[in-house]
Design a protein around this ligand. Structure first.
Ligand code: ZN
Length: 83
């Protein structure tokens, strides 16, 4: 995952840029109310449509907001998901 340095008064902040694409599984910092913390990306645009792997509810989240809420991206090839 690329890390960018953002310059501001007093120094640098390292900013992780989260990139994901359709079909990726996202692990969220905060779990969904149903208890699952993984979501699958259905559609990527200025808003991102994701579906919770726990309760299968889908939601549309502004990309900027989602990027901050994601802990890591699990590519489909990375591991065999049971679902
Ligand atoms: Zn859920």
């Amino acid at each position: 995952m690329p890390i960018f340095r953002r310059q501001h008064k007093g120094g640098f902040t390292e900013v992780k840029i989260i990139t994901f694409s359709q079909g990726d599984i996202l692990e969220m910092k905060k779990p969904h109310p149903c208890g699952a913390s993984r979501m699958r990306v259905l559609r990527v645009g200025s808003d991102v449509r994701v579906v919770c792997l726990g309760c299968e509810r889908d939601m549309t989240i502004p990309r900027v907001k989602l990027e901050r809420a994601v802990k890591r991206v699990i590519m489909l090839d990375d591991e065999n998901l049971s679902k």
